[in-house]
Design a protein around this ligand. Structure first.
Ligand code: AMP
Ligand code: TRP
Length: 397
C-alpha cells in the first residue's frame, strides 16, 4: 500500500512520542495555536504555557482486556506516576460512547462501576487524577453540538470505525444501500463527541492505542475548524501519545485486534482472569505450524503477537518483542513460548486482581463517591472552556 506523507509524518511523531513515553515522559510543551488577543489575560495566567492536561477515555463495554491494558491503561498509570505536579490527569469512562451500539441499560449500569473499579485497581489514585463518567458532565455533549456545526460529514464518512462496527462480525464490507439505513447518527458522529471530550478540558496530550489515531486527527481538525470559524485561540492542538504496545491482536485471529466485544471470550485475556484461564487462553492461541520462535511479523502474526505481549509484560529492563525473538527466545518451542507468556501475564495481572477484589469489597457506595468527586473536578475543568467557547460563538451574553 502506498503510504502518504502525512501517514509517515504521523509514524515519525508516534515513534518520537513513544521514545518520550519510555524516557520518563518528558513531554514536549503543548503546541498552541497562534497568539491571540481573544484570550482574556486572566485565562492565560490561569493556564501557563507549561501546564499540561492529559486526557483519555475508555468505554464501559466490558472488563478491560490486556489490549486495553497495554495500549492505554498501563501508559495512563505510567503518566500518573511520573508526570510532574503541574500536569493535570483526567480519565473518563465514556458511557455516552457506549450507547452508540446496541446495549442493555441494566448491564451498562453494572459495567460503569466495574470499569471504575478496574481503573482504581490498576493504581490510579482519585486524589491525584480525575476519574469520572462522561454523562455526568453535560459540557461534553454541549461542546459536541457546537463542534458538530463545523464538522464535515465528508470527513466523518471516510472514517473507519463506524464501518467496522456496522460490519459486526461479517468479513465483507457493509452493503452500501443497507448501511445508511442501519447507520445511526450517534455512531456516525462518535468522533465529534470524542473531540469534545478532549477539547472541553483543553487537553494537550491524549494517551491511546494505535486504533484511536484517526479520531485524534479529527479532534485536531475540529480545533482548526473552530478557530477558523470564530476568532480565538481557545484550544491547544492535542497530541496523540501512542503506547509502544500499539495494537494487541485477538488470540483467535491475529489480523483482528483484541476486543471486548468479540464473541469468543477465548480471543482475549481480561484483567480479572485467573492464572488457570490465562494459561488455557495462551495455550490455545492460534500461531502456525512452524516450530521455533523467529521474528517474522508479516509471515507469523500469531507468534509476533505473543512476543509483543511477552515484551510488554516483561517490565524493566525494557526489551522489544524483536529483541526477545532474536535473543532470549530465539528458536524456543511454541510450547515454551506460550508457557513463558502465560507466566509473565499472570505475574503482571496478580496485583491488579487483588486490588480489584479489595475495591469491589468496599461496595458500590465507595465507587459512587469516587465518581462524584471526579464529576465535581471534571465539571470545574470544563466550565472555564465552555465560558470561552460560548463567548466566541456568541452564545454567552
Ligand atoms: P475501548 O475499549 O475501545 O474503549 O478502548 C480503550 C483504549 O484501549 C483505547 O485507547 C484503545 O486504543 C485501547 N485499545 C483497545 N483495544 C486495544 C488493543 N487490542 N491493543 C491496544 N490498545 C487497545
Ligand atoms: N473512542 C475511544 C475508544 O474507543 C474512547 C474515547 C472516547 C476516548 N473519548 C475519548 C479516548 C477521548 C481518548 C480521548 O477507545
Amino acid at each position: 500500500m502506498k503510504r502518504s506523507a502525512s501517514m509517515m509524518k504521523c509514524d515519525r511523531e508516534g515513534r518520537l512520542l513513544q521514545r518520550q513515553l519510555r524516557a520518563g515522559l518528558r513531554l514536549p510543551p503543548p503546541r498552541r495555536c497562534f497568539a491571540s488577543s481573544y484570550l482574556p489575560p486572566h485565562d492565560s495566567q490561569k493556564r501557563s504555557s507549561s501546564h499540561r492536561v492529559i486526557f483519555s477515555g475508555i468505554q464501559p463495554t466490558g472488563t478491560p482486556h490486556i489490549g486495553n491494558y497495554l495500549g492505554a491503561l498501563q501508559p495512563w498509570k505510567k503518566l500518573h506516576d511520573e508526570a510532574d505536579a503541574n500536569t493535570s490527569l483526567i480519565f473518563c469512562i465514556v458511557d455516552l460512547h457506549a450507547i452508540t451500539t446496541q446495549h442493555d441499560a441494566a448491564i451498562l449500569r453494572v459495567r460503569k462501576r466495574e470499569m471504575l473499579a478496574a481503573l482504581l485497581a490498576i493504581g490510579l489514585d482519585p486524589s491525584r487524577c480525575t476519574l469520572f463518567y462522561q454523562s455526568s458532565v453535560p459540557a461534553h455533549s454541549e461542546l459536541q453540538w457546537i463542534l458538530s456545526c463545523q464538522a464535515s460529514t465528508g470527513y466523518l464518512s471516510r472514517m473507519t470505525q463506524w464501518k467496522t462496527k456496522l460490519r459486526g462480525n461479517s468479513t465483507s464490507g457493509p452493503d452500501p444501500s443497507m448501511a445508511t439505513d442501519r447507520l445511526k447518527h450517534g455512531l456516525f458522529s462518535y468522533p465529534i463527541l470524542q473531540a469534545a471530550d478532549v477539547l472541553v478540558h483543553r487537553a494537550t496530550h491524549v494517551p491511546v492505542g494505535e486504533d484511536q489515531r484517526q479520531h485524534l486527527e479529527f479532534a485536531r481538525e475540529c480545533v482548526t475548524n473552530f478557530h477558523a470559524a470564530y476568532s480565538g485561540n481557545i484550544f491547544p492542538y492535542p497530541e496523540t501519545l501512542v503506547s509502544p504496545a500499539r495494537r494487541i491482536m485477538s488470540l483467535r485471529n491475529s489480523v483482528q485486534k483484541m476486543s471486548k466485544s468479540a464473541e469468543s471470550a477465548k480471543s482475549r485475556i481480561e484483567l480479572t482472569d485467573d492464572a488457570k484461564t490465562v494459561r488455557e487462553r495462551i495455550a490455545a492461541a492460534l500461531t502456525d505450524d512452524r516450530g521455533g520462535v523467529t521474528w517474522e511479523p508479516e509471515a507469523r502474526p500469531g507468534v509476533t503477537n505473543l512476543l509483543e505481549i511477552l515484551a510488554a509484560f516483561c517490565g524493566a529492563p525494557e526489551v522489544s518483542a524483536r529483541e526477545l525473538a532474536e535473543g532470549e527466545m530465539k528458536g524456543v518451542s511454541m510450547r515454551e513460548l506460550k508457557e513463558r507468556v502465560a507466566e509473565k501475564v499472570s505475574e503482571g495481572l496478580g496485583g491488579i486482581q487483588e486490588r480489584y477484589r479489595e475495591v469491589r469489597k468496599r461496595g458500590d457506595g465507595y465507587l459512587d463517591e469516587v465518581a462524584e468527586e471526579g464529576r465535581i473536578k471534571a465539571a470545574r475543568s470544563a466550565e472555564e472552556t465552555m465560558r470561552l467557547v460560548k463567548e466566541a460563538v456568541g452564545l454567552g451574553l
